[in-house]
Design a protein around this ligand. Sequence first.
Ligand code: GLC
Length: 547
Amino acid sequence: MFEMESLGLRAVGSHCSLSEMDDLDLNRALLDRPRLKIERKRSFDERSMSELSRHDSPRGRSVLDTPLSSARNSFEPHPMMAEAWEALRRSMVFFRGLPVGTLAAVDNTTDEVLNYDQVFVRDFVPSALAFLMNGESDIVKHFLLKTLQLQDSEKRVDRFKLGKGVMPASFKVSHDPIRETDHLVADFGETAIGRVAPVDSGFWWIILLRAYTKSTGDLTLSETPECQKGMKLILSLCLAEGFDTFPTLLCADGCSMIDRRMGVYGYPIEIQALFYMALRCALSMLKPDGDGRECIEKITKRLHALSFHMRNYFWLDYQQLNDIYRYKTEEYSHTAVNKFNVMPDSIPDWVFDFMPLRGGYFVGNVGPAHMDFRWFALGNCVSIMSSLATPDQSMAIMDLLEHRWDELVGEMPLKICYPCLEGHEWRIVTGCDPKNTRWSYHNGGSWPVLLWQLTAACIKTGRPQIARRAVDLIESRLHRDCWPEYYDGKLGRYVGKQARKYQTWSIAGYLVAKMLLEDPSHIGMISLEEDKLMKPVIKRSASWPQL
Ligand code: GLC
């Protein structure tokens, strides 16, 4: 029998019922692995899992540190691992002698630095996970504290003051050689392209705080009044009452990983999935005292409404597509089936061919008379990691990935979105963005960083063989191409037109994927099990069994 401690997973705190449930469910999921129909021989995972049950972790963190575990399992680490670690360490940024983050890229092949010499919050997440999985938690702690201090500073765009809870998109350590001091300069969107605040930063911050807590067992950080306040400030931006009629979060274009105009304004899946995950992470860490209790109540209600909305209205599979295709429009009253008045004529042709009979995904966006049918990698993977997707939906997302491997993975994992925008549509939607031409960058480009999220989703659904296939592709090229930021082309065959080399999150994403495959118990840091209280309400198609 696996014990929680022997799995290296700790409950985040005694006050948090959800996190305890996570662990129990994770235990069960791991024990129930055969039930997940894993088609493979006795694998790597099983070996490391059973080994894991025999080792007791004195510190409660994962017992198999990367270098050690590779040796212990007699798996020769791929030579790329050592190079990746070196490159990751070269990207480390120090503030008054303490490590506080990693640069977005350390590309010595070009003088054009742009803003890649900064520590981006979203880019640091895979670095942080790699460090945590390797037992190096200091840099993560310092990063969390430094960004928290930055949140406290006054943020303005011209004469407009931004909300208190906004977290920076990035920051830079600038060194004054005369006074011999360091100081931090942050960007909250006021210097970013398009002047958009990063909605994802705050969510990633909360997710990372939980990962740190879960990995180290150190409750003292998340329980500090500063961290509790930081979380509440982030959440108060999203939980405030307004004119909303939906529980999803209304966003401007370019407010997340896709930080340029790409027609993802409205209710983009990436933000909704991160929002859901951050709410659940916060719920497991917030103390129920003072305004904490009120915040917890708000979160619980929002989670309930959000999961209902997403699972019902964002979900698309063969059956649902057929239903939308036959939708009536202009329906008034509560009995409306086509609640958002989506016009069947707005369904793009490609989706009819793309949709397999088995499989499904969360579409890119749903709003009034608006359904963006594009598939987005990050949102779908985070939906699996956070259990926003039900177990059946998670399986269906993986089925689709397998079925549409050439389109979504191709020769370089993983397409940021599918398909690309071209011609007139590209002109209108991107505003003629020359960096986002078809099958490039955010417009259907392939981003190696997404490998870690794909791997996490694979492990969560008990399908590590899919991740291994993707890792093999990465290992055949990434290092030879000097760890590019992204690849171009329908199959992701070409190094991106303007891609940075030695892009840190491409490097860290690879390390995280490898360490997750090697020791699947690491998944507890970045995954939440199904909340049994939030049952899906409607069920459709074969990939989502009938009630
Ligand atoms: C680009 C990406 C963004 C990333 C940044 C730094 O702007 O679109 O997601 O955070 O580069 O790597």
